[in-house]
Design a protein around this ligand. Structure first.
Ligand SMILES: [Zn+2]
Ligand SMILES: [Zn+2]
Length: 764
């Protein structure tokens, strides 16, 4: 039986990585091999203990009808919330979204929205924008007909902008929403994304139109015509330009200027020229683009029209949203602060007529509310007539937690995690196992139909003390899994506690009430390669993990060290091996002046420049060489001092016999070149750079881990439409290039190496 607990999965991945390292970086001597295995298995070297974290679930507020909002806003929001398919406005928003909307619209506060992932942060500023537009349309209908920038959403970088545009398309791009606006307030709002990727800079020309626009628009039109299903899917996901593309593309014959103009039913402005002609109500950009837009003449009309609209009525205000505002901490913050002041000057308004919403998951997280507001004021300027309000996520209230009993621990431990993982394939077997668990816990009868299992689990586990205790601990907080297990089941041994906790989490994660997952839990597993292996030169080292008489070196370390902690306090050097045969060498450095001292590191500055890298063989050379070939010569290392002796010491105790490449081969070379072996003194093969350190290199180890965890995932659905039965891997990377490389390499990896054997395994 295979276990599917947090620990077993973590251990499996750890083992995969270790096996990969062992296969790719061979060591032939058994004592060295075992010592490295023990080193790799030590906590923190290539993997860390698992952490668990649950996505926080937020408290739901009342329906829009019950909110403190003007009647026309309530009416519109209620209508939007009832649309199906949804435009992203739900019947009951979260309490913090309600608070943001009421504070902004009714109380006139500027906002700092400091809520975490999964909290609907975007809605916290999109809804105030939407309601401000509704309010203007209702109260100042005439002015509402003027095109101007009413909301400016500013991002620190491009990547985040494109993410946002899909949300805008789902709401403001929706035909039903825009019709509501037209029917009630005379026109619908326009939005546009203005970044370096928006086509296109400079004045319009026919050539540029053909080159920069035609191709994109034709691409969309082609999909619409030939792959309508895909077009529909793209529209649903906000990946489609919210405008009439056929109209956009066509024009009067022979008059290129009549093409690519905004039609009355367009919601989205796609080109820079459209926005220069008609400023969008909602403009999304990043701060470096805004900087240009405020300086260049070509964008002047956008600001001129906005300025006029602002001058028309004191009640008109510009909403400025700074999403991911924590990224403006430090020096870039000062630049942004200046930029905001320039924007104000350009529009001829005081700070009080700029209505700011700052959002960030990390602002206000330090429990220092005044610091978050102070930061907001420094960035945007101090308000005279109004003030900032900090909005924090309100988590849903749950029943009190309690520690689990011994009986409960044993009951959960009974669960067959493998059967549970594979439940879509073998529910009948699982059911009898679950029945035994349920009986011990006093739960009702386990349903006969797998479809009813999620709600059965939800009913049984919602409010269950030990689970509530876990939720209390890990909601929005990553905690060590072992600590949680100890806390929840303190009366049983560690192994049992972890097994029971893992099974409990598994059940709670499968528990669903309609679409609501009881415990959306994430497991954080940490893996890394080694940056090198360093080894004590004392074969009798007492610190070694693996004791034995056949030792040729001492304890291994995963980072450089001057000396070992063993009784000899022996020197530590980096271990190298011949990639082809696994023979061990150590890496040292010698200086030209004193060739008798072996440095462990190259060092910096003048010392570093003078040192030459040298490789010394640790194991006895091949018989052929011993019989008189002159390619190696023995040397004795004083393991305590690092001095090298050319002849055998009288008392060999405290010395390590090593072999140097014979001087002749290296004498005539430039002094900077590494002194190494041309031919491996053990396997006799040509070396050519294959005596290398044991540092884990490349992305292959990571690709292996991704593949392995993919294989360990439970199948989600038996559906031929779903590839891999719904298993998924989501990869994030800090660098765009790296992300592109991984995206290219990993699926390839997985498909080629694992898919077929995997299907094979399933069938058998
Ligand atoms: Zn040692
Ligand atoms: Zn070799």
């Amino acid at each position: 039986m295979m276990e599917f607990t947090i620990n077993s999965v973590s251990a499996r991945l750890h083992q995969k990585l270790r096996e990969y390292i062992e296969a790719q970086y061979p060591i032939s001597h058994p004592s060295l091999l075992l010592e490295r295995r023990e080193l790799l298995d030590s906590p923190g070297v290539i993997s860390k203990e698992p952490y668990i974290e649950a996505t926080p679930v937020y408290e739901l507020g009342p329906a829009y009808e019950q909110m403190n909002l003007p009647a026309h806003c309530k009416e519109a929001m209620t209508y939007f919330s009832e649309l199906s398919p949804s435009v992203g406005i739900y019947k009951r928003p979260y309490v913090h979204q309600q608070e943001a909307l009421e504070s902004f619209l009714v109380d006139g506060h500027d906002l700092v929205v400091a809520t975490g992932t999964g909290s609907g942060k975007t809605e916290s500023f999109l809804h105030p924008i939407l309601n401000s537009l509704i309010d203007e349309g209702f109260n100042r209908r005439e002015q509402f007909q003027t095109h101007a920038v009413r909301a400016l959403i500013l991002y620190p970088m491009n990547a985040l902008v494109s993410d946002q545009i899909t949300r805008l398309r789902q709401l403001f791009g929706d035909e039903r929403v825009s019709k509501y606006f037209r029917d009630h307030f005379g026109r619908h709002p326009l939005f546009g994304m203005y970044t370096s990727r928006t086509p296109y800079p400079g004045e319009r020309t026919k050539e540029k139109d053909d080159y920069q626009l035609k191709e994109i628009i034709d691409y969309y039109l082609d999909i619409e015509k030939n792959r309508p299903q895909l077009a529909l899917e793209m529209k649903k996901r906000g990946k489609w330009i919210a405008k009439n593309l056929t109209n956009f593309r066509s024009g009067k014959r022979g008059d290129w200027k009549s093409r690519y103009l905004t039609s009355p039913d367009d919601r989205e402005l796609f080109t820079r020229h459209e926005m220069q002609t008609t400023p969008p109500d909602i403009l999304v950009t990043n701060y470096s683009m805004l900087e240009y837009m405020l300086m260049r003449p070509i964008e002047r009309p956008i600001w001129e029209k906005t300025r006029q609209w602002l001058a028309e009525d004191e009640a008109n205000t510009l909403i400025l949203v700074l999403d991911e505002a924590h990224m403006y901490r430090g020096t870039s913050g000062a630049e942004v602060a200046l930029l905001i002041r320039r924007l104000q000057a350009r529009l001829g308004i005081t700070r009080d007529r700029l209505r700011c919403i700052l959002t960030s998951a990390s602002l206000g997280a330090e429990d220092d509310d005044s610091a978050a507001i102070e930061f907001a004021e420094q960035l945007t300027g101090k308000l005279k007539k109004r003030s900032f309000k900090l909005i924090k996520g309100v988590k849903e209230k749950r029943k009190p937690g309690r520690i689990g009993t011994t009986e409960e621990a044993y009951a959960f431990a009974l669960l067959d995690s493998e059967q549970f993982t594979n439940r879509i394939h073998q529910y009948d077997t699982l059911r009898s196992n679950l029945q035994a668990v349920a009986k011990r816990l006093g739960w009702g009868d386990v349903p006969h139909n797998l479809d009813e299992l999620p709600s059965y689990l939800y009913k049984s586990l919602d409010g269950f003390g030990p689970l509530e205790l876990i939720i209390e601990q890990i909601s929005g907080n990553a905690k060590k899994f072992s600590d949680i297990a100890k806390l929840v089941f303190p009366s049983v041994d560690m192994k049992m506690a972890q097994k029971a906790t893992s099974h409990l989490l598994m059940l709670a994660n499968a528990a669903k009430n309609n679409e609501r997952v009881l415990l959306p839990v994430r497991i954080h597993l940490f893996f890394k390669g080694v940056s090198g292996i360093y080894v004590c030169t004392n074969p009798k080292c007492e610190e070694k993990r693996v004791k034995g008489n056949d030792s040729i070196l001492g304890k291994m370390y995963d980072s450089p060290k001057l000396q070992c902690t063993c009784s000899k306090e022996a020197r530590v050097y980096e271990l190298l091996t011949h990639r082809k045969c696994g023979t061990a060498f150590i890496r040292g450095y010698i200086s030209k002046k004193d060739r008798n001292y072996l440095w462990a590191e190259k060092g910096k500055g003048i010392v570093g420049k003078e040192l030459t890298e040298i490789h010394l063989l640790v194991e006895p050379p091949h018989e052929k060489i011993q019989k008189g070939e002159r390619s190696v010569r023995p040397v004795w290392l004083d393991i305590r001092t690092g001095y090298l002796m050319k002849s055998p010491p009288e008392d060999p105790e405290g010395y390590l016999k090593l072999y140097l490449p014979h001087d002749e081969a290296n004498k005539n070379k430039k002094k900077k070149q590494t002194i190494t072996f041309q031919q491996c003194p053990c396997c006799m093969r040509k070396v050519q750079g294959t005596i290398t350190d044991l540092k884990t290199k490349g992305e292959q180890p990571f690709a292996n881990l991704v593949r392995e965890q993919f294989l360990l995932q439970p199948p989600v659905k038996l559906n031929k439409q779903l590839p891999n039965e719904g298993r998924k891997v989501l990869l994030f990377s800090d660098g765009r290039q790296k992300a592109a490389r991984l995206a290219r390499d990993i699926p390839h990896e997985v498909e080629l190496d694992s898919f077929s054997p995997f299907y094979w395994r399933l069938k058998n």
